[in-house]
Design a protein around this ligand. Structure first.
Ligand code: PLP
Length: 369
């Protein structure tokens, strides 16, 4: 790997390929794979990641919002794209860009039918989302009749898939609840096929669901975090490879005396003679203030350098009193060691949050592309 000479997010496409194949190895050969590339492909690069996955034969993509899907179309992605959380104001764009909406409530269903009719669509593919216990988005189990009556009045849309989302697929203490969600979803889809006379594609599991509930893979699985190298358990993490590595360099080193302070609000007070390094990455790059004041740390020559004082917008200061290092040396914020999980835990959060927080200001570079 090249040494960093500024703040960069390295994206390792070999790691992505490894993770894709690992997930695939856990599936029946007929099960389709939907790659979740929302939020800049979990903070990495949506177009590079999606093109690479398209070449690997991924079956579907999902994004959260219409503008994310439109950006993938602009980049030449032709694979079907499910938009998980669209809003009516964007329905025209959604159809123009051949994106496929998740319809999750009576209001959204009716407004989408209206727009699809205005635009003279026939059998426009839509995905019906059911709420089976997450209580976030979705129709209720007893809405099947209502959906059927609405769809029998129009030929503008056609249901391509039914799906739901697990609330605690990573938590073995919630097996009873999850098993109930799975059976509830199977029941809903049975009722749906009986009413409609055909069975749309069914999908239910996210990464942890794929790993922990093989009986719930159904026709397609939706994987996000697993592709980027994390499986919500240390056993799985050991089998996956992190795609993103966040690196920077030491801009300047300062020697400080006892009782001197470091950074805004003088939040760090030196207990004795010390040495600090200033790193060009701050909260505007995604390193939140919760990592400051010795919660988080970075690695310099494989040694832990705690972040001292408050995180600034464009920099952090770290304690290097006991580390042999020079200005210009490389700094690892997360990657292999510490992993994004370890780094996130230092601020009591999760890998998903730190990965998606890395701002667009940070330069992306690609390995093995
Ligand atoms: C984000 C998301 C996923 C991906 O979950 P991971 O835990 O990252 O695999 C799957 N399904 C839905 C509905 C989502 O919102």
């Amino acid at each position: 790997m090249p040494k960093a000479s500024e703040t960069v997010l390295e994206i390792d496409l070999n790691a992505l390929k490894h993770n894709f194949n690992f997930i695939k190895s856990r599936l029946h050969t007929n099960t389709k794979i939907l790659a979740v590339v929302k939020a800049f492909a979990y903070g990495s690069d949506p177009t590079v990641i999606s093109k690479f996955l398209e070449d690997l034969g991924v079956d579907y993509f999902a994004v959260a919002y219409v503008n994310e899907g439109a950006a993938l179309r602009d980049a030449g992605i032709t694979t079907p794209i499910l938009v998980l959380h669209p809003q009516p104001i964007n329905f025209k764009t959604l159809i123009d860009r051949c994106l496929e909406p998740s319809l999750y409530s009576p209001k959204i269903l009716n407004e989408f039918i209206q727009v699809a009719e205005q635009k003279n669509q026939k059998d426009y593919p839509v995905h019906i989302k059911f709420n089976t216990g997450l209580n976030r988005l979705g129709f209720w189990e007893n809405d099947v009749d209502y959906i059927h009556s609405k769809l029998s009045e129009t030929s503008a849309i056609k249901v391509k898939s039914l799906f739901s989302h697990l609330a605690a697929s990573e938590d073995n203490n919630e097996k009873v609840f999850t098993t109930h969600q799975i059976s509830n979803f199977k029941q809903i889809s049975e009722e749906f096929s009986n009413k409609f006379g055909y069975q749309p594609m069914l999908h239910l599991t996210n990464t942890s669901g794929i790993l922990n509930y093989p009986e719930a893979h159904l026709d397609m699985v939706r994987t996000g975090i697993g592709l980027y190298g994390f499986g919500n358990s240390s056993e799985i993490d050991a089998l996956l490879k992190p795609v993103a590595t966040l690196k920077s360099i030491i801009s300047q080193i300062h020697m400080i005396e006892k009782d001197e302070t470091v950074g805004y609000n003088r939040a760090f007070k030196s207990p004795g003679f010390g040495k600090t390094a200033t790193i060009p990455i701050g909260h505007a790059d995604g390193i939140g203030r919760q990592y400051g004041n010795q919660n988080g740390y970075v690695m310099i020559h494989n040694q832990k350098a705690p972040i001292i004082g408050n995180v600034c917008m464009d920099m952090i200061m770290v304690d290097i009193t006991n580390i042999e290092c020079s200005e210009g040396d490389e700094v690892v914020i997360f990657g292999q060691n510490p992993s994004a999980v370890d780094f996130a835990e230092s601020a009591h959060t999760i890998s998903y949050e730190i990965l998606t927080a890395i701002s667009q200001r940070v330069k992306r570079i690609y390995l093995n592309s």
